[in-house]
Design a protein around this ligand. Structure first.
Ligand SMILES: [Zn+2]
Length: 366
């Protein structure tokens, strides 16, 4: 497994660089092609090509449905990162760009298929494996594809990294979004004609004070004004100001409530105008979308002597899209490790076989 992981990691695959990403996709596709299945590269103009693998087990009828195994091969690291962050093993840990998020997950799925083939496990449904190229930048080029695969599927297994040192599965994920408040005021000389100005920065400050109160950590609702811009110079009353907001919610109802409140914002200062853009881009993955699959995973893991736990992720993945369609989705089935998107990104090598076995068992019992 480490040999394949090394090969996948040495092929750097940043979401925003098509040529290297395509090379990595070819390598992954070639590895899957060595097995008894159908592999297709789905060409993309701007982003890396997506990879779709289809395995029809001997026992599966066309009518018996499909299971989707989902993940991405793109990483947040630009090409050349390997020079300062090489693929390396240190004790139980394996380091390298994208090993945890989520190339080890792809390797585990590959070996799960190997296990199913080697044991002639009686798998009843067709299995589609989809490895996309742009999850880290919002899945613009893959969303339609993965949604249409999910609609055809009875369950979705997401090979994103697990949570924490115990490798918790992610049975809930926050929905996320970005919005912008743009305030239009009126410029005027701050000394000569202050009464003729409408200060956009002041208006924005009042709006942010309002938004601040929407935060409810206990319910998993956060609204953060993270980027501000406004005004031109100190003796000019600011004509324009804008704030970029990070939006997160654990419940779909809370997501809608925040979007409504944003839309309903009214200016406080006379003469100020507000413009609101953006909103949630990924709906929350509510626990009920995962509950049944997790219960089964927990039971299967127990049979293997593994105590499997669950947790909530503050960030979204493509699992949020599939769960929003009403398709049962279990996320965080990938690697156990830490440090996603950072210099110390790593996995715990010894957990790879057991997580692969768990996925195989889930697929064989669906
Ligand atoms: Zn990921």
């Amino acid at each position: 497994m480490l040999h394949v992981l090394r090969e996948f990691t040495l092929a750097e695959s940043p979401s925003t660089e098509k040529t290297p990403a395509d090379r990595c996709a070819e390598l992954i596709a070639a590895e899957w092609s060595k097995r008894d299945n159908r592999v297709a590269l789905i060409p993309q103009k701007v982003r890396g090509n997506h990879i779709r693998v289809e395995w029809r087990p001997p026992a599966a009828l066309e009518s018996s449905g499909q299971l989707l195994v989902l993940g991405h091969y793109d990483t947040v690291y630009a090409t050349g990162t390997l020079a300062t962050m090489p693929f390396r093993t240190a004790g139980r840990k394996v380091f390298g760009p994208g090993v945890f998020d989520m190339k080890a997950g792809i390797v585990q799925a590959l070996f799960a298929l190997d296990a199913l083939l080697a044991t002639n496990a009686p798998v009843n449904k067709q299995i589609a494996f989809l490895w996309t190229s742009d999850e880290e930048i919002g899945s613009e080029s893959s969303r339609k594809l993965l949604e249409s695969e999910a609609r055809r599927s009875d369950a979705v297994f997401v090979l994103e990294p697990s949570l924490g040192p115990k490798g918790l599965l992610k049975t809930a994920r926050k929905g996320v979004g970005e919005a912008e408040i743009i305030v239009h005021g009126k410029a005027s000389h701050a000394g000569l004609a202050p009464e003729k100005g409408v200060n956009a920065v002041h208006e924005l400050a009042l709006q942010i004070a309002r938004i601040l109160k929407w935060n409810d950590l206990r319910r998993g609702v956060t609204v953060n004004a993270d980027v501000l811009r406004g005004g031109t110079r100190v003796n000019v009353i600011a004509e324009e100001a804008r704030a970029k907001l990070d939006l997160r919610a654990l419940r779909i109802s809370d997501m809608h409530a925040i979007e409504k409140k944003l839309e309903a914002l009214e200016p406080v200062l006379r003469g100020a105008k507000l413009e609101i853009t953006g909103g949630f881009s990924r709906a929350p993955l509510e626990r009920k979308a995962s509950a049944e699959l997790f219960a089964r995973a927990k039971k299967l893991a127990a049979q293997m002597g593994i105590r499997l736990g669950e947790g909530t992720a503050g960030g979204a993945s493509d699992g949020n899209f599939t769960a929003a369609l009403g398709v049962p989705t279990l996320d965080g089935l990938g690697a156990v490790g830490d440090g996603a998107h950072s210099r110390h990104e790593h996995i715990l090598a010894s957990t790879m076989p057991e997580r692969a076995a768990l996925l195989a068992a889930l697929l064989a019992s669906s």
